[in-house]
Design a protein around this ligand. Structure first.
Ligand SMILES: [Zn+2]
Length: 432
């Protein structure tokens, strides 16, 4: 995923102090460097770590709680009440560990998050050795960690100053959406970001209803409105952008706004199909995300690549839109651009952070092998991820998690399942 899109046969990568210091042929790297640790990847492919551009990681604990509903009904009848009754710092930690384990195991090395108690999420993420752009949610109603906007802004102030400069964590501020945060608060958030350099993570233009409501209430579409109040710039990471006009796409490009496409979540909630081929034509910085596990229902970037490539073919009736290589770019280098981290991650290049994934190439579903991008995007499964290195540290070795305890994580999550069902008023647990 370097500028020339080189694919090196029999290649080697040298890593020092968390960064890539050389790339070349295996022999050349072997001759030049004496390594303390060698990861043998012969017969396999080494790819840049995958980047999940949009999640709500603790929502893994709501996986499968309510399905087959549209966004408004799903949010207001199920997710918001379930969150109001269950989200605590402990809930967030348990759900985060589950999500981190799932993401690392499937080759994701960076994720962008928006939730509550984001400081605890940062703590768990750092401990697991994972990279994250982590945004504390700001929303205009009382939530689990903060009851007022003043409390939320004070939380974010402390959170950002505490984590700024960390090698793995980029602390961010996350206004939920233009329809759940007032103009005054959005302006204050932009001022906070200007002052601290913290990225802004948000949802924009997710559904047609959001656009219609915005036109009625504000006389402008969500993107038009956000632009008018001076909110958009090159620190904004916008999830979804399903309903932009052509001019709005030009505007997002001009302002350098990062966009994250969540094909499976948009399909499951029937939110619509984002005009991703139009975005790519304009060279927008567009990445891929899973969204929270409650609307997907997993955190598997391989499926998002495969779905992104196929969804846009069927919608446009053109099999040439979004090639396998373009889908892979969105999960790596273009995803890095969407998070405004392209100088640090997204490709295997000298000087970048050493976030690498070793993928098997000899499973039945990958045999025979002709083309690397076709194999990775259309045939490879998450289970083919063998070894994961983040910031030069091995966190998954031969399919085994080294920084997280899988059995404890599953037991903790199952314990929460029972609490969540009771909290929603069910007298008996299904399938018990
Ligand atoms: Zn979301």
């Amino acid at each position: 995923m370097d500028g020339a899109r080189r694919v090196i046969e029999n290649g080697g990568v040298a890593i020092k102090s968390g960064r890539i210091i050389a790339i070349g042929g295996t022999n050349e790297i072997d001759r030049t460097y004496a390594a303390r640790e060698v990861v043998n990847a012969s017969g396999k492919v080494v790819i840049p770590g995958l980047i999940n551009g949009h999640t709500h990681v603790p929502m893994t604990l709501f996986r499968g709680l309510a399905d087959d509903l549209d966004l408004q009904e799903w949010l207001t009848k199920y997710i918001f009440p379930a969150e109001a009754r269950n989200v605590t710092e402990d809930f967030v930690r348990v759900g985060t560990r589950l999500g981190l384990a799932e993401m690392i195991r499937s080759g994701t090395t960076t994720y962008c998050d928006m939730y509550y108690f984001e400081d605890a999420i940062a703590d768990e993420t750092f401990k697991a050795g994972m990279r994250g752009v982590l945004g504390e949610t700001v929303i205009d109603f009382p939530v689990a960690d903060n009851k007022t906007n003043a409390e939320a802004m004070a939380y974010v102030e402390k959170f950002v100053s505490q984590w700024k400069g960390n090698s793995l964590i980029v602390p961010a501020i996350a206004p939920h959406a233009p329809y759940t945060v007032s103009e005054e608060h959005l302006k204050a958030i932009r001022a906070f970001s200007d002052r601290t350099g913290a990225p802004i993570v948000t949802h924009i233009s997710e559904t047609k209803r959001e656009v219609d409501d915005s036109l009625k209430a504000k006389g402008a579409t969500p993107i038009d409105y956000l632009n008018r109040i001076g909110f958009l710039n090159n620190r904004v990471i916008a999830a979804h952008v399903v309903w932009p006009s052509e001019e709005e796409l030009n505007l997002l490009k001009r302002l350098g706004v990062g966009v994250v496409h969540n094909p499976q979540s948009n399909m499951k909630l029937a939110s619509g199909v984002a005009p991703v081929p139009e975005m790519l034509k304009r060279d927008l910085q567009v990445g891929l995300g899973t969204d929270g596990a409650a609307s997907n229902n997993d955190l598997n970037l391989w499926e998002e690549m495969d779905t992104a490539a196929k969804l846009h073919k069927v919608i446009s009736k053109d099999p040439k839109v979004i090639s396998a290589e373009e889908a892979f770019e969105m999960a790596t280098i273009r995803g890095a651009r969407a998070l405004h981290l392209e100088h640090e991650i997204g490709s295997i290049e000298k000087g970048k952070r050493a976030d690498l994934v070793v993928v098997d190439l000899d499973d039945l579903n990958q045999t025979p092998y002709y083309n690397i991008y076709s194999d990775l995007v259309y045939a490879t499964k998450a289970a083919d991820v063998r070894t994961v290195i983040i910031e030069g540290r091995v966190v998954l070795r031969d399919h085994r998690l080294l920084t997280l305890n899988e059995e404890t994580i599953k037991a903790d999550a199952r314990r929460y399942r029972e609490r969540i069902i009771r909290s929603l008023g069910a007298k008996t647990l299904p399938e018990d």
